[in-house]
Design a binder for this molecule. Structure first.
Ligand SMILES: [Zn+2]
Length: 291
């Protein structure tokens, strides 16, 4: 029997799981108050296990956990949200896998980050709610990437020049991935490894960084802008993490095999995005959705 004084309850999203011994699973989960944890679910791979159905990847569960010497042991689970819709197609699964892999890659065990927990849940709920053919999926991933970077203290500097500190103007500036941001034309020209970044790409990056998702749902990017933003963010993530994520490559391959880059140009919507002359984003974005 489990000694109740050494148990704790937590909500958790299952980020990763792997088989262990004949019947067990090792789970990497993210929680609101305990950060990332590695737990063991004994007997979870047996088809008769009452736990098995509640430990699906990406699901949001309520766990009762017993403290143990190596991995704490999951003793009871109740599913809070299973996100069934996003499991019905390969695109949905790959996007959820990507979000979870990013959270896993950027966090250390036991580092509490409640804002990141809220961000993760918000994105899983949104992916689950969006129709499969909705155009917002890619934008949601870009928004998630930037806000994850912000939460982990890696957000690129998009508002003031990394060299002279002056506010960046809506001209051709210079992006420096390893330096973590943008230089003005005067400072950027002298920087080794800097690359030009258009005013339009910078404008969209800034808009994503300082806007809550609810206000972005209607935004439609033209194909070239969407690809430019994706390219900057993907390469920046690789620079920060010093590796590519498996699920990012998988999304790219899926897109290539389907041959659809549904970026119907809509520069009108893009141009309605606030220009470069706006004040920087609020310091502490909140992702509060329903609890
Ligand atoms: Zn400068």
């Amino acid at each position: 029997m489990v000694n109740r004084s050494h148990t704790y309850r937590t909500r958790a999203v299952i980020l990763r799981r792997r088989s262990y011994s004949d019947a067990d699973r090792i789970l990497t989960v993210f929680t609101p108050r305990l950060g990332k944890r590695v737990l063991i679910a004994k007997g979870a791979r047996k088809t008769t296990s009452r736990k098995a159905g509640h430990l699906e990847l990406f699901s949001h569960a309520n766990l009762l956990v017993a403290q143990a010497r190596t991995w704490d042991i999951v003793t009871e689970t109740v599913t809070v949200e299973s996100f069934l819709n996003l499991r019905t197609n390969l695109d949905g699964i790959s996007r959820a896998a990507y979000i979870c892999e990013l959270v896993d890659a950027f966090t250390a065990e036991d580092d509490e980050n409640e804002a990141l927990w809220e961000l993760l849940l918000l994105c899983l709920r949104e992916l689950n709610a969006l129709p499969e053919s909705a155009p917002q999926h890619d934008l949601l991933l870009r928004w998630f990437e930037l806000h994850l970077l912000f939460q982990m203290g890696f957000q690129p500097e998009l508002f003031a020049c990394l060299g002279c500190g002056e506010d960046l103007r809506p001209v051709l500036n210079f992006l420096h991935l390893h330096a973590g941001g943008v230089f003005c034309p005067d400072c950027g020209r002298a920087q080794k490894g800097a690359e030009p970044i258009t005013a339009q790409t910078l404008k969209i990056l800034r808009h994503l960084a300082r806007t809550q998702w609810e206000s972005l749902r209607e935004l439609r990017l033209g194909q070239s802008t969407a690809l430019a933003v994706e390219s900057v963010q993907q390469r920046y993530l690789v620079t920060v993490l010093e590796r590519r994520l498996k699920s990012a490559d998988f999304i790219f391959r899926l897109r290539q095999s389907s041959g659809t880059d549904d970026g119907a140009a809509s520069n009108e919507a893009e141009s309605s995005v606030d220009g470069l002359d706006n004040p920087p984003s609020p310091a502490n974005p909140s992702y509060k959705a329903t609890p």
